[in-house]
Each structure stands twice: as C-alpha cells, then as structure tokens.
Ligand binder design. Structure first.
Ligand SMILES: [Zn+2]
Length: 524
C-alpha cells in the first residue's frame, strides 16, 4: 500500500474508537446527568483531544499530504489535517484557553438578571419582552439580560487574545482566519456572500421593520423615534416577533408527534425507524432539555435526544434532528472513516430543510390531515412568517459576523461602541441614550462558539436551494420518495469525499447564492 494511504488508515484506526467513545460518553452524560457520566465524558474528550494534538501523528499526516497524495487519500489527509491543526499549539496555551472558556461558560450558566428585585433566568426575561406592555418593566428586563456581559467582557477579550496567539502559532493571521480555514470556508467568499445577503434583505427589512415600529409605537404609546432595544421581543432582536408567527399548536395538540415525524420520513422513502428506536425522545428529569442528533460511530449508531411535547415547534425540532439523522445513516458505508462524516453547513441544511416541511401547506394537509380549505387559508401567512424569520435572522447574523471579525482583528478596540454601530446599521435599532457597556459580551456564542454564526445562515440558504431543486426535479418534497432518493444519492452518500461547497453545487445545480434568500424574503 502506498505510504500516504497507510498513514491515513493508521490515523483513522487510532482516532475512530476514541471518537466513538467520546460520542457515547457524551450521549450518556446528556440522557443521565450523573457525576460519573460527566467524569467519563471529560476523560473520553481528553483522550480524543490528546490524540488530535499528537505532534508525531500530525507531522506524518502533514508530510504525506504534501508528498504526492491525491484523490480520496489526499482528501482524507486534508480533513485529518484540519481536524488536528487547531490543537498544534503549545500545551500550556491550549490549557489556558480551555480553562478560560470553561470558566466563562460556568459564569453564563450561573448568572441571573434581576428584575423588580427578583433573579430571573433567560426564559423568564424573554417572556417579559414578548408579553409585557409596561415599557419600564421591559427596560429593566432588557438591562438585566445584559448584566452578564459586564461580568465576562474582560475575559472574552482575554480569550480572543489567547485564541489569536494560538492561531499565529500555526501560521494564521488571527482566530477568525484559522476557524474559517479549518472549516473550509473561504474568507473572501464569505465576506462577499454576506454583503450579498445585506443587499438582498436591506430594502425588504427596512420596509417590514417600519411597519413593526409603527405597531410597537402604537402599543407603547410613544413616537417611533423613541423606540429602544427593549421594545423588541427578544434581547438581541434575533427572532421574528410573536405577531409575525402563525400559531399551529392547536393542530398538533393531542397528536403523536413522533408518529407524525416517522410518517413524514416514510413519505420521503427515508428510513427513520432505527433512529427512533435508539433515541431518547421524551422529557424526563435529569436529561438535557434541548435536542441534538449524534452519529456515535459513523457505522449506523445514530441517535436523537429530544424533549417531544404536543406542540408544532416540537414537530419542527424532531424533523430537524431526523434530517441530521437520515443524512448520517445515508453516508456510503464503503467510505473510509474520515469521509464518512458531514460538513456542518451541509448537515444543517438537510436538517433545516426537514424541519421546514412542518411549515408547508402540503405537509399540513397530507401529514397532519388539514382540509384543503384550511391549508389554503394558512398558506400565505406561513410564507410571510417564514420570510420574516429569514429577514430578522439574516440581519442579526450580519451583526454577529462583522463584530467577531473586528473582535479578532483587535481585541482591545472600542468594541462597546462598535457593537451599537453594527446593531444600528444592520438591525435598524437605536441604541439606548448614553449607554456605555459591553452589551456584545452578553451573547454567549461570542465566548463559547466563536466564528460559527455564519454556519446557521449558510445552512438556511442551502436549505432553500435544496428545496427549490427538489421542487424542480422531484415535483415537491412531502410524500415524494423521488426527493428522498435524490437527497440520498447526491447529498448524503458522498459524505465528505466532496468539499461542502461543491456538494451544494452537485445537489442544487448552483453555487451557494443569495438568489433563493432574496426570493424567500420577498414574501414578507
Ligand atoms: Zn441542527
């Protein structure tokens, strides 16, 4: 066997069991949060990350990659290289970053904002911003949502400096550049795509938001010019306001949500039963309250953790996770371990596509059993709700991305002012008068999931492209096994043997472009 292929195979033989053990330990710690499970997960993570930091292994991968490897072998070595690169920094520096991240993370989970003398969690603060008509109470709740920022801002700046130091150790300008490079995202293309997103949404957003501002001014009895961040329905104005969303809960109440999701996947000809059987789907004391899908061993052990209740959001969430799951199960089994995986943008796109089925008229009629009359009545409202969500979310991602780029370019800059300049520019929100506080630091992703937000937007855009391609080639998605087959063959089976951006072209017939986004937001 050629040397390069042997090195790829040896690295995979070493990493595969460590990855499976870390995934399994993570799963156990999430379905049953005992101290023992937590400790086992921490040990497994450490073993996995130590293997990725191994200098001799990295050197042999790097050498093989640069010396004549081609085709699938080169692709495997490239992916192994990206996986290991971030860990090739002095151990003391790596340890300081991990410690500081953990300490900031803990302060986020412990912190409570105080409203009316009472400590409140994020959910309760959000509830006030969604429901309260009392501007004073809203302002207090909004300000309480930001107090965590002041507590962690200095450490986030410190983290940014340490991450930059790590990035420079492996030859990158800063952490922003390194993160994108190891995720195979081209920085110049990302900047160009985001300015396309800005252009594609700016006018519609301005028009839609002018209407929202008029409604808010009437509701709170003030002038539009007097609206401030606390008049919007969430602390960062990242979600569509409640009055823009269609309430489908009454249709799902009393229904078997897991059965609906199974039925949806069957209609696509995609196998979900095995995933459902291995999953932990209902709320229970001592388990994670969110939802995720994990491919434990890249060999068929795919599971979902969810907290299914009889709401429409729950159906969307379960379909989303099943979208990840059918993708993992659809990876061609003869691919080597490294290629039997998914790029974040591609798997997020498949998941968003599946979750979005629950918002389509044909799903409501065929799977949920609404009459054609009811479906027709809901259709345009659903489209406009979706458009509104995309608009609000896109503007928010523009803030996050521009901010993080600036944070890593200069962690010591006047970030407090920059944040509000960006919020004003992209979201059209007027900063509070005379405010000087690190409000940016209250967004947990900046501290613990750095340079990641564009992945959600890319996933949403690719999901729109996939939906358009399936409409054109399979005549639809719901109850179209042809659509499932097409996804399976062109998107799932290749795994990471094809770079994610080429995969997008291969499945949707076009580069990632904002055309589909521009069309979707026009429905607002
Ligand atoms: Zn997801």
């Amino acid at each position: 066997m050629a040397d390069a292929a042997r090195i790829a195979q040896e690295a995979e033989a070493l990493l595969a069991p460590l990855s499976a053990e870390a995934n399994l330990a993570w799963w156990d710690s999430q379905v049953d949060a005992t101290d023992e499970n937590g400790e086992r997960w921490a040990r497994a993570e450490l073993a996995w990350s130590d293997a990725l930091a191994d200098r001799a292994l990295y050197a042999s991968v790097e050498h093989a990659r640069r010396n004549g490897a081609s085709g699938h072998v080169r692709r495997r070595l490239d992916l192994l290289h990206s996986l290991m690169l971030r860990r090739q920094v002095p151990e003391a520096l790596r340890a300081r970053i991990v410690e500081l991240e953990a300490s900031v993370d803990v302060r986020f989970s412990r912190h409570r904002g105080v409203v009316g003398g009472v400590e409140l969690g994020d959910t309760e603060i959000k509830k006030i911003l969604r429901r309260s008509d009392d501007a004073r109470e809203r302002r207090e709740a909004w300000e309480a949502s930001k107090t965590v920022g002041a507590e962690v801002a200095d450490d986030i700046r410190k983290l940014a400096r340490l991450r930059n130091e790590a990035a420079r150790c492996v030859g990158y300008r800063d952490w922003f550049a390194l993160s994108l490079a190891t995720d195979e995202v081209d920085e110049a293309k990302l900047a160009a795509t985001l300015s396309d997103c800005d252009r594609a949404t700016s006018e519609e957003f301005g028009r839609w938001k002018a209407g929202l501002d008029e409604r808010l001014a009437a509701r709170f009895g003030c002038a539009v010019a007097e609206l401030r961040p606390w008049h919007y329905s969430d602390p960062f104005f990242q979600d569509a306001p409640p009055d823009a969303v269609v309430d489908l809960d009454p249709y799902v109440d009393g229904r078997d949500v897991v059965g609906l999701a199974r039925r949806t996947m069957e209609g696509l000809g995609l196998e979900a039963e095995g995933i459902i059987a291995r999953s932990d789907l209902y709320p229970r004391h001592g388990k994670n309250q969110h939802a995720f899908c994990v491919d434990v061993n890249r060999a068929g052990d795919v599971r979902i953790l969810a907290n299914v209740v009889e709401t429409h959001e729950s159906a969307d969430t379960l379909l989303h996770e099943l979208g990840h799951g059918v993708y993992d199960l659809g990876l061609a089994s003869d691919l080597p371990w490294t290629l039997r995986s998914t790029h974040l943008v591609a798997t997020e796109a498949a998941a968003i596509l599946c979750g979005a089925l629950a918002w389509r008229r044909d799903w409501l009629e065929r799977v949920l059993g609404l009459s054609a009359g009811e479906g027709a009545e809901l259709e345009s409202r659903l489209r406009s709700a979706r458009a509104c969500e995309l608009l609000v979310f896109t503007r928010w991602v523009l803030v996050m991305n521009a901010f993080e780029r600036a944070l890593y370019a200069d962690p010591d800059a006047d970030l407090d002012s920059l944040w509000w300049e960006l919020v004003r520019r992209y979201q059209g929100v007027t900063p509070p008068d005379g405010r000087s506080a690190p409000d940016w630091a209250a967004k947990i992703h900046i501290a613990v999931s750095p340079v990641y937000y564009h992945t959600y937007l890319y996933g949403s855009i690719v999901a729109l492209q996939l939906a358009a391609a399936l409409e054109a080639e399979a005549g639809g998605i719901v109850d179209r096994p042809e659509a499932g087959a097409l996804l399976h063959e062109r998107l799932f089976a290749p795994g990471e043997s094809v770079r994610w951006d080429r995969l997008v072209e291969q499945v949707s017939g076009a580069h990632l472009s904002v055309d589909s986004l521009a069309r979707a937001v026009a429905d607002v």
